[in-house]
Write a protein that binds this ligand. Structure first.
Ligand SMILES: [Zn+2]
Ligand SMILES: [Zn+2]
Length: 102
């Protein structure tokens, strides 16, 4: 993902390559490798928690709000992720619209 910065929209904490999140199913992985979807059970995490112990703020933010960079590139990436999620089913309507309008 060239030209895209990933960091917490609330505190600007940047996940490391080996930062890890845990799914309800117990799988542990870097959620930004998969656009917020658990590679094991396929659950979509449309919100991502900042990792406090690694220097973050511990707060949850919309997964897509973590992507920053050139508007056009970020917009494309978000569209791809939303498509992968099947936005009409898995994201609350007002959230989907907010992203799709951009
Ligand atoms: Zn899972
Ligand atoms: Zn944070």
């Amino acid at each position: 993902m060239d030209n895209i910065d990933i960091y917490c929209p609330k505190c600007q904490w940047e996940p490391a390559e080996d930062s890890e999140w845990m799914c309800e199913c117990g799988h542990v992985w870097n959620t930004f490798d998969t656009g917020g979807r658990c590679p094991s059970c396929k659950k979509v995490w449309d919100h991502t928690q900042c990792i406090g112990p690694e220097g973050g703020c511990d707060q949850w933010s919309p997964h897509l709000d973590w992507y920053h960079g050139l508007e056009e590139i970020v917009r494309k990436l978000k569209e791809e992720i939303l498509e992968d999620w099947g936005v009409e089913v898995l994201v609350p309507a007002e959230v989907g619209e907010r992203y799709l309008d951009k």
